[in-house]
Each structure stands twice: as structure tokens, then as C-alpha cells.
Design a protein around this ligand. Structure first.
Ligand SMILES: Nc1ncnc2c1ncn2[C@@H]1O[C@H](COP(=O)(O)OP(=O)(O)OP(=O)(O)O)[C@@H](O)[C@H]1O
Ligand SMILES: [Mg+2]
Length: 310
């Protein structure tokens, strides 16, 4: 039976994500406590889109809007027919900065389709569907599952597991005012890397799983990357300079996703300075966001209830 559309507004809260985390290229993701919120109300026909915050005045407001496309794809995968809807996007995740705004739009739209049809979220299916739309699974995995995720593909299918980040893990995103598009940053990667660097990187990636899930004192060495960050320097020289400066001070900093944001991780008992404390100030024109780890991923709810009621 095709589920009928929800009579009332569906609300979605979807987290920013940081992918790669240094050596976990295209595999690791971390969900962060910075959120976009969607409100979707079923209608007789057509779509009406309003955007507040990030992307306002920039993104299309028609069927080509990424959230609208994801809602449509989600409805199709559920075999549901919702003729139209209005969509309000209240966006806090900056666009084109390496904090997973496109994944949040896709996962948020798919989750809204589940809400509109009254279907309980199937998070593994969300990862697979979102991977089809996004093209790589790392951000969508953290967005859909929360916490720390390891993603991979089987054939063409996006898969992921979620692990608990160690209690007290924190992050600071240093976000520049300028953007770098993911496809531009990907274009700088070499087609082959030296075997010694690939094997060293594999060891660091394995160590990072241990560091994030329980051994935060190993974060500095475990976040060392040999596969992608340095190759991207021409597209984001200031970001690489900041990574080098922070790491040179003993702080585990990485390029977030395809950049240019720099993510600094802090384990319990380490880099525990409060914002404005003894952490390095952001460069001119940059903002620093103090963040926690989002433990649950996208949430969807209807009416007046809160997301925790899901
Ligand atoms: N909430 C949104 N609503 C509509 N379109 C969006 C939204 N978020 C992202 N997009 C589209 O995706 C583009 C940004 O995608 P891109 O993958 O380059 O950056 P990102 O997702 O912010 O960073 P990264 O993928 O490196 O983590 C925007 O310019 C816009 O076209
Ligand atoms: Mg993206």
C-alpha cells in the first residue's frame, strides 16, 4: 500500500559533517553540532521554496533545488505520490566550505520524504540513496547515522557503519570566507601515489579509528594524511598554512572534506580550551565555530513534537 501524505508539516534537522579527517580519504565522516533545518508542508501541486541563511539568494528555488530533488527521489524510492509541497530551508551550514552542505541537503530531503509518507527512517537505506545522489558516501554516512562513521562502496552501493566517538570529543571548524567546490579540489589529486605513502596512510587511518573511539591522545599522529591534503594546496594555500601552523603547535588539525575549512579535533583533557581561550585565533576573514559531535544524525518529526521524540 502506498503511504498517504502527512496532513501536517514535517520538520527535519540535519547535521554538518566533516569527511576524511586526514588519512580516512572518502571513508571517514564525523557529524557535527551545526544544523540545517527543513520544514515541508504538503500541497495540492507544485513546489514553493524559501531559503533563509546559507545559500539564500544563490541557490535555485525551483525543482532543481538540491533539497527538492532529494525529496522527489525519496518519494519515488518509497513509491509514494505527494503532488506538491512548500519547503522552508533554515540553513546554518556554510556552502562550498567542506562541511557537507550538499550531503545535508540530500540526506535532509530524503528524510523529509520519509516524514511526508509517515515511513519510519531506514538509516542504512538513507545512506545508499544519498550516496546515489551525492556520488561519494563519506559525508552522507555521518549525516544519516551521526557520530563517527566509516563508509565504503559495495559494487555501486554506498554502505557505512557508525561508531561512538569518545565521550568529550570536540571540534573547532575554522571556516574561510571563500569557497572551493568539491569537484575543483578533487581535480588536483594525482592518479597514483607512492606505495610507501599509501601503506603509511593505511596505518594512520586504522590508528585514527582507535584514536577517535577511545584513544584521543593519539589524535595528532593519527590525523596525519599522505593521500590528498598537500596536493590540494594550490586551491587553498591559506588552509594548508593553517593546518601546518596548528599541527606544528601539537594540535590535530586537518582539511575538512574537500576544504577549505580546517577542522581541529580536541579530545577529553586535550585542547580543552574554551572558545576564545588559548586556541589560535582564526585568520582575518575566517570564522571559528566551536562544535560538539552530533550523536544521532538526521532527525525528522511532525507537528509540535520535538526531534528527540522520533
Ligand atoms: N542546503 C542546500 N540547498 C540547496 N543547494 C545546496 C544546499 N547545500 C549545498 N547545495 C549545493 O551544493 C553546493 C555545494 O556543494 P559542495 O559539495 O561543493 O560543498 P559542500 O557540500 O559544502 O562541502 P563538502 O562536500 O566538501 O563537504 C552549493 O553551491 C549548492 O549548489
Ligand atoms: Mg558536498
Amino acid at each position: 500500500m502506498t503511504p498517504g501524505p502527512a496532513a501536517e508539516a514535517v520538520r527535519v534537522r540535519v547535521p554538518a559533517t566533516s569527511a576524511n579527517l586526514g588519512p580516512g580519504f572518502d571513508a571517514f565522516g564525523l557529524a557535527l553540532t551545526l544544523y540545517d533545518e527543513l520544514t515541508v508542508v504538503p500541497a495540492e501541486s507544485g513546489v514553493r521554496v524559501e531559503v533563509i541563511g546559507s545559500g539564500a539568494g544563490e541557490v535555485a528555488l525551483d525543482e532543481s533545488h538540491l533539497v527538492v530533488r532529494a525529496i522527489r527521489a525519496g518519494l519515488e524510492s518509497l513509491g509514494a505520490d505527494v503532488p506538491g509541497f512548500s519547503l522552508l530551508c533554515e540553513n546554518r551550514i556554510p556552502h562550498g566550505r567542506g562541511l557537507g552542505s550538499s550531503s545535508a541537503a540530500i540526506v535532509g530531503g530524503l528524510a523529509a520524504a520519509y516524514g511526508l509518507t509517515g515511513t519510519p527512517l531506514d538509516r542504512d537505506k538513507l545512506v545508499a540513496l544519498a550516496h546515489e545522489l551525492e556520488g561519494h558516501p563519506d559525508n552522507v554516512a555521518a549525516c544519516a547515522l551521526g557520530g563517527f562513521t566509516v563508509a565504503w562502496t559495495e559494487g555501486d552501493a554506498g554502505r557505512a557503519i557508525r561508531l561512538d566517538a569518545v565521550t568529550g570529543l570536540r571540534a573547532w571548524a575554522y571556516v574561510p570566507g571563500t569557497r572551493v567546490l568539491t569537484k575543483e579540489a578533487r581535480g588536483l589529486l594525482p592518479t597514483a601515489v607512492p606505495h610507501a605513502e599509501a601503506s603509511a596512510n593505511a596505518g594512520k587511518a586504522a590508528l585514527l579509528v582507535a584514536a577517535i573511539t577511545g584513544r584521543p591522545e593519539l589524535l595528532l599522529t593519527a590525523t596525519e594524511d599522505l593521500l590528498h591534503q598537500e596536493y590540494r594546496e594550490p586551491a587553498m594555500p591559506e588552509s594548508l598554512a593553517l593546518v601546518h601552523k596548528l599541527r606544528g603547535s601539537g594540535l590535530p588539525a586537518v582539511i575538512s572534506g574537500a576544504g577549505p575549512t580546517v577542522l581541529l579535533l580536541g579530545g577529553p583533557g586535550e585542547t580543552s580550551a574554551e572558545p576564545g581561550g588559548d586556541l589560535p585565533e582564526p585568520p582575518d576573514g575566517w570564522r571559528r565555530y566551536p562544535l560538539g559531535i552530533d550523536p544521532v544524525g538526521v532527525q525528522v518529526w511532525s507537528g509540535e513534537s520535538s526531534p528527540s521524540a522520533e
